[in-house]
Design a protein around this ligand. Structure first.
Ligand code: FMN
Length: 287
């Protein structure tokens, strides 16, 4: 399995490059990782001629195609982008524009192989997460039109220099751990079966089975907690596939979501099923 880590900044030694380096290191446990920088590629701006709407090919031949070839080879794509004026850097935006021959909004278009997942890490100097969310939205839009399923994003505000990244290392590692674990089969113990009451808050009745993965420890030092979907019966043990990670942004515990059936749960369905507990936290799903 191949992963592509894209430094969307033209700076090869900055904060973005450092985040991309940490992410590549983490993903290399599972994937054959290729790391690229947008500045490695020399390509022209889109001319807006729309010839590609008729031919599914660009009138210009240059290195934009080389970067697209890397996307075509990858099973997982991770874009690491700084905020430049509240969006992706111009060089990367120019690449997105050049991907119009591959864009699924017109026929014909050059479809890329299916089944890919795309992720985003967005960083910025300013303190608010909102601008990072905007960049995650830009990449989500890009992935969507290439038929790449967007698995989610991590926002890292208050990062300007390479040296600022050290304090955020754990967040980057946790995000990459989620990318790596999704799709794997895990087994464990249910200590809070469906229908049972919370030991400290007896009015809280578990609407789904909740337990932990045997032998896997989370950042809080406890065994990794899981929400188990796909049965209406209380369980003692489980074995299933990790279909998502609920990443808490105001707590150090991420929760894995395990499915026992092959039902394709939507984000909304998962969020509804874990709401009984996650309503007390802030966070987001990584798929
Ligand atoms: C041209 C330019 C525009 C920027 N615009 C913003 C901005 O709008 N908001 C923000 O929070 N940071 C902004 N920054 C700061 C970068 O997001 C931040 O320094 C990031 O760490 C740069 O990473 P890099 O050096 O790896 O490219 C800007 C930086 C540059 C060079």
């Amino acid at each position: 399995m191949n992963a592509l880590v894209m430094n969307c900044s033209p700076v090869k030694t900055g904060a973005t490059a450092e985040i991309a380096r940490i992410a590549s290191e983490q993903l290399s446990g599972k994937y054959k990782v290729k790391s690229v920088c947008i500045d490695d590629y020399d390509f022209a701006f889109c001319k807006g001629c729309r010839k590609c709407h008729e031919t599914a090919a660009c009138v210009q031949q240059d290195e934009a195609e080389l970067l697209m070839a890397e996307i075509e080879k990858a099973d997982v794509i991770l874009a690491v982008s700084p905020s430049y004026w509240a969006d992706v850097p111009g060089q990367f935006k120019a690449f997105i524009d050049r991907c119009t021959p591959w864009c699924n909004t017109h026929e014909p278009y050059k479809a890329i192989p299916s089944g890919k997942k795309g992720y985003v890490i967005a960083l910025r100097t300013g303190p608010s997460l909102r601008e990072c969310e905007k960049i995650i939205g830009t990449l989500e839009h890009f992935y969507g039109h290439l038929d790449i399923a967007c698995g989610g994003g991590l926002g890292l505000p208050s990062v300007e220099h390479k040296e600022d990244v050290a304090a955020r290392r754990q967040e980057i590692i946790d995000f990459c751990k989620a990318i790596v674990v999704i799709g794997s089969t895990v087994s464990g113990t249910i200590d809070r079966p469906l229908g049972s009451a919370h030991p400290d808050y007896p009015e809280m009745i578990y609407p789904i089975n909740y337990g932990y993965v045997n032998g896997v420890f989370a950042d809080d030092g406890e065994e990794q907690d899981v929400y188990v979907l796909g049965t209406d019966k209380p369980l003692e043990k489980f074995e299933g596939r990790v279909i998502a990670v609920y990443h808490r942004t105001n707590d150090n515990e991420d929760k894995w979501v395990v499915s026992l059936d092959e039902k394709g749960y939507s984000d909304e369905e998962i969020l509804e099923l874990v709401f009984f507990q996650e309503k007390y936290y802030e966070g987001r799903l990584i798929r």
